[in-house]
Design a protein around this ligand. Structure first.
Ligand SMILES: NC(=O)c1ccc[n+]([C@@H]2O[C@H](COP(=O)([O-])OP(=O)(O)OC[C@H]3O[C@@H](n4cnc5c(N)ncnc54)[C@H](O)[C@@H]3O)[C@@H](O)[C@H]2O)c1
Length: 357
């Protein structure tokens, strides 16, 4: 009996359903080819569902979603709905309640012409960011005092816990070892100004002593942004807090060619985890069949790798890389001259042409 994986799919809003459709085509193709089965359950949550029913993500459905082997998410967010309502109610709920404490963001340039930086080639842009995914200002401890008056005070707490910092740093050291590249882990923080980050400094040193084979490196977030543009080749594995990781990884997406290729995993090792493109719902492109689905295709590749199907994951990555290198997919934005479904067709054709291993 072949292996079967159950995947909960939340296509979401805007371009989400269009890009997820292409991701699922690729998933089904590689499953058939590699001899495993995929059982998908589609969940309708997002703006349309909310407008029709006033439901965001009911507990019953949440309970079902968490029973799957993995979750594939398109994008959440719609200009018709209060800012953050669905993003918090769906994405943050999944990240926090499933305790998906690692946000994993590979930053890999597949073809030189996609990089906006001068004289940088694929070997210069190949690092991975481990972003803490459950704490920091995103924990939601906030408040307003005298809201709407000239005396208003708004506050939001940045929180770091010893447990939260230690587990993500340990994950990053293990990853740097597994990657077996430069064997270097860079801690990115702002401990000089945000003194609560002294916890990160201390834990990094303590845990790092258990990994003598991994070189310990450090950059403040402002400098890290500068190095990301000037010398991306200095990074191998990076570990950082939730907010700095959020910002740094969008910058990093640009040096790998754009949001159209950038994928992420929201992971709790050994438990149900969530994979998604890092881009949002890009409302202006909704229903136009112009969004690039490759970030979702790469999220599918990451999901398969997580599930232990590393050959299928590698097959997808190699196929996408070859299509980009050959310029059959010439760019990663909406300006490639190809439609969303047309890019899906190209990926499937290229997969079909690859001789089975
Ligand atoms: N994880 C998520 O679901 C997620 C992430 C970020 C933003 N959002 C939400 O998405 C909505 C829109 O946010 P935004 O405009 O700041 O960010 P966005 O990522 O949706 O879009 C920014 C711009 O990037 C380009 N772009 C993004 N994805 C693309 C693709 N696949 N192909 C081609 N071009 C692409 C478009 O020019 C787009 O206007 C908001 O409601 C926001 O809260 C959701």
């Amino acid at each position: 009996m072949s292996k079967e994986y159950s995947i909960a799919v939340i296509a979401g809003d805007g371009i989400g359903p269009e890009v997820v459709r292409q991701g699922l085509r690729v998933l089904e193709h590689v499953a058939a080819r590699e001899g495993f089965r995929i059982r998908t359950s589609l969940y309708p949550f997002g703006a349309e569902h909310y407008l029709e029913t006033k439901e965001i993500f009911p507990d019953g459905a949440f309970g079902e979603v968490r029973q799957h082997d993995a979750i594939l998410l398109g994008a959440i967010g719609d200009p018709r709905i209060e800012v953050g309502l669905l993003e918090f109610g769906i994405i943050a709920k999944l990240r926090f309640e499933l305790d998906l404490y690692v946000n994993l963001r590979p930053v890999k340039l597949y073809a030189e012409h996609l990089c906006p930086l001068k004289d940088k080639a694929p070997e210069d842009v190949d690092f991975i960011v481990v972003r803490e995914n459950t704490e920091d200002a995103y924990a939601g401890i906030r408040g307003f005092f005298k809201k709407g008056t000239p005396d208003e005070v708004a506050s939001q707490e940045i929180i770091f816990t010893r447990k939260g910092v230690e587990r993500v740093i340990r994950y990053a050291f293990e990853l740097a070892r597994r990657r077996d590249r430069a064997k270097k882990l860079t801690l990115v923080d702002k401990a000089n100004a945000v003194r609560a980050m002294d916890l990160w400094t201390r834990v990094f040193e303590e845990v790092g002593r258990e990994y003598p084979d991994i070189a310990r490196d450090h950059a403040y977030i402002d400098a890290a942004c500068m190095w990301c543009v000037k010398n991306p080749e200095w990074f191998d594995t990076v570990v950082t807090s939730n907010m700095f990781g959020d910002i740094l990884t969008d910058l990093a997406a640009m040096i790998q060619g754009g949001l159209g290729i950038a994928a992420s995993g929201n992971i709790h090792p050994g438990r149900v985890s969530l994979f998604e493109p890092i881009h949002g719902s890009a409302p202006k492109y909704t229903g136009k069949n112009v969004a690039n689905p490759l970030a979702t295709v790469m999220a599918v590749s990451m999901m398969l790798d997580y599930l232990g199907e590393s050959r299928a994951a590698g097959l997808i990555e190699d196929t996408v890389a070859a299509l980009l290198r050959s310029k059959r997919i010439p760019s990663l934005g909406s300006d490639s001259g190809l439609s969303t479904s047309g890019i899906g067709d190209l990926v499937l054709e290229a997969l079909e042409q690859k001789a089975p291993a």
